[in-house]
Design a protein around this ligand. Structure first.
Ligand code: COA
Ligand code: AMP
Length: 630
């Protein structure tokens, strides 16, 4: 095992050498001779003269190396319930067939394909099929409603959309096709083709949409007689996917990931961060709609020839709090990666972890957590009941893989509760104050990363270089702005305390309060509003809305609440879990009219706060405190 300190030092002192060496673990068509192209700084490109195909690396090469019979993907649905295992040879066949379908539908390299699917194998197959022909996929999380889907369609301008008749949520089915049809009609640039994977238990099929603006096809019919497509060679710098994530405004940011840097970074991470080897069974309990699902349900484990588990279900209630332990037991999972909120849900349902007695989880070496801070209480509980390392690591959609972690494949370091440990090789993390000056150890500030970021991180925002630079690169020149605040302690451990912007994190889902405010403000009774993320025992945060009524309007607060809840659900999606509405007399603002959201959150969370010197009218804050704290 080599040392973390040595790997970090090399990555900083000789990034060319470090990443060219890491690149040797990937199969290239043209092996790169250079690692970094800094000619467009502060934007960077990795492996500028390399060419490859990501699906070849995830599938073909393992089959060619004689591992075709090894399980590649184990799908376990606690919802149907059902289970299916695909070997590498089988998954390759499915991917090549669907890639042939896409090609026959006229999709060519560089075209965008939107994937709006539940947690079924076809979601991963569609992603890998896009990668195979050089098309750029953009997966939209199934919990988003039609309007959010339309917004992403209008930005990505896909030629084709892949979906399924629907998803299964506890106690209900989520019918996707009416939402897709609505999104197409809302969209300025709808795709010309829709392909539907029919799930028998959920009504709706392609045949129901003959009058649509797009032509609809059935997945099974098209794949039945498709000629398989081979891997198309692309430049390492070509886009592999766009993944939309919440920014501070209602307009999501289209994070662009390349092919080469992504393959190198994820391959490196599987071995060095997660200590996973070919053939190991690895399980990420997330959703393909999020970056965690992209990197560690689909690409990471397949790139190294491991077995990935794809789970359709919840940590609790499907059917009970033993669901996670059952899957580990049945599949001999060596590492589980999930969100702290899922651990809290299991703990709430089964505080003594009695369900563990029903299963053999001896295969499990490590529990990884990310998506939100692993709070010390949850960390202690999980460590106690599992008696194994519980490893927090910190990253974001933009970076695509961990910024800070306890690197289990190098020399693991002592864990400090509440910290994701140390910066990962390639990431030069700094803490700076509002003026951009580095602060002393232990002092809280903005967490930034010195440029260039390592391979695998975003290459920009989809067709919006200007927003990319404004959002991430211009605040502190020379640095990438993470949007998180925190500190680094004397031992070099990073502590991430929360967002410094208006992005909130609900059950590990990143959401924009701005988009919720836009919905709430469109209610005819609402003059103005603010949505802030307040503390929630289970989900970490939850959105809480504060509304000022138009003068003269009289409306029962509960009626208003119900209407606003329905509007947010209809326009953003159930995943927003918007339930709290409080009618207030006025919103506290600065003299320049900016709503003091942070102060409002502190009041709602019963935290100490200082009255900002820029406040317009302190009496508004006093009235709010009186109303919320009594
Ligand atoms: N499609 C459609 N609807 C979805 C959905 C999807 N893919 N995912 C969630 N929803 C809906 C849920 O059905 C629920 O709807 P409801 O209001 O009708 O009940 C709503 O969105 C909120 O869902 P969820 O956040 O899952 O909350 P929950 O109360 O049902 O479950 C947890 C709570 C903690 C069990 C759950 O949030 C969880 O498993 N979290 C882990 C999240 C995670 O893995 N995040 C990935 C980041 S690494
Ligand atoms: P997302 O882009 O959806 O992955 O969300 C990224 C954001 O989630 C980060 O900017 C953090 O605010 C938060 N986050 C993710 N993982 C962690 C972690 N391990 N500790 C603290 N915050 C985290």
């Amino acid at each position: 095992m080599s040392s973390y300190a040595e790997a970090f030092r090399q990555s900083v002192e000789d990034p060319e050498g470090f990443w060219l060496e890491a690149a040797r673990a990937v199969d290239w068509v043209n092996t790169p001779t250079r690692a970094l192209d800094g000619s467009q700084a502060p934007s960077f490109r990795w492996f500028p003269d390399g060419t490859l195909n990501t699906s070849f690396n995830a599938l073909d090469r393992h089959v060619q190396a004689g591992h075709g019979d090894r399980p590649a993907l184990i799908w376990d649905s606690a919802m149907v319930p059902a289970k299916r295992t695909y070997t590498y040879a089988e998954l390759l066949d499915e991917v090549a067939a669907f890639a042939g379908v896409l090609r026959d539908q006229g999709v060519v390299a560089g075209d965008r394909v939107v994937i709006y699917m539940p947690m079924i194998p076809e979601a991963a197959i569609a992603m890998l099929a896009c990668a195979r022909i050089g098309a750029v996929h953009s997966v939209v999380f199934g919990g988003f409603a039609a309007k959010e889907l339309a917004t992403r369609i209008d930005d990505a301008r896909p030629v084709l959309l892949v979906t399924a008749s629907g998803g299964l949520e506890p106690g209900r089915t989520v019918e996707y096709l009416p939402m897709v049809e609505q999104a197409l009609s809302l969209s300025q640039t709808p795709p010309h083709t829709v392909i539907v994977k029919n799930r028998e238990m959920i009504p709706g099929s392609a045949a129901d949409y003959k009058a649509s603006v797009a032509t609809w096809f059935d997945w099974d019919e098209l794949t039945a007689d498709a000629d398989p497509a081979g891997p198309v060679t692309v430049a390492a710098t070509d886009p592999l996917y766009i993944l939309y994530t919440s920014g501070t405004t209602g307009k999501p940011k289209g994070v662009v990931r390349d092919n080469g840097g992504h393959a190198v970074a994820l391959t490196w991470s599987m071995r060095n961060i997660y200590d996973i080897s070919p053939g190991d069974v690895w399980w990420t309990a997330s959703d393909v709609g999020w970056v965690v699902g992209h990197s560690y349900i689909v690409y990471g484990p397949l790139l190294i020839g491991a077995t990935t588990v794809m789970y359709e279900g919840k940590p609790v209630g499907t059917p009970d709090a033993g669901a996670f332990w059952r899957i580990i037991n049945e599949n001999s999972v060596v590492a589980l990666f999930t969100a702290p909120t899922a651990i809290r849900a299991v703990r709430k349902a089964d505080p003594e972890a009695k369900e563990l007695e029903n299963y053999d989880i001896s295969s499990l070496r490590t529990l990884f957590a990310a998506g939100e801070r692993l709070d010390p209480d949850t960390y202690e509980w999980a460590t106690k009941v599992l008696d194994r390392p519980v490893v927090d690591h910190w990253w974001q959609t933009e970076t695509g893989w961990a910024i800070a972690a306890n690197l289990r494949g190098l020399d693991p370091m002592p864990i400090k509760a509440g910290s994701p440990t140390v910066p990962v090789p390639g990431y030069r993390v700094d803490i700076v104050d509002a003026e951009g000056k580095p602060v002393e150890a232990g002092t809280e500030g903005n967490i930034v990363i010195a440029l260039p970021l390592p391979p695998g991180t975003l290459t920009g925002l989809w067709q919006d270089e200007d927003r990319y630079r404004r959002s991430y690169l211009e605040t502190f020149p020379g640095y990438y702005l993470t949007g998180d605040s925190g500190y680094v302690d004397e031992d070099g451990y990073v502590f991430v305390l929360g967002r410094s912007d208006d992005v909130i994190n609900v059950a590990g889902h990143r959401l924009s309060t701005g988009s919720m405010e836009a919905v709430v403000a469109s209610h005819p009774a609402v003059a103005e509003c603010a949505v802030v993320g307040i503390r929630d025992e289970l989900k970490g945060q939850r959105p809480s809305g504060y509304v000022v009524l138009k003068s003269g309007v009289e409306i029962d607060p509960e009626t208003l609440r119900q209407e606003l809840v329905a509007m947010v659900r209809e326009q953003i999606g159930a995943v927003a879990t918007f339930r709290d509405v409080t009618v207030v007399q006025a919103l506290p603002k600065t003299r320049s009219g900016k709503i003091l959201r942070k102060t409002m959150r502190q009041i709602a969370d019963h935290e100490q706060y200082t009255v900002p010197s820029t406040i317009e009218d302190p009496s508004v804050l006093e009235a709010l405190e009186q109303q919320l704290r009594g």
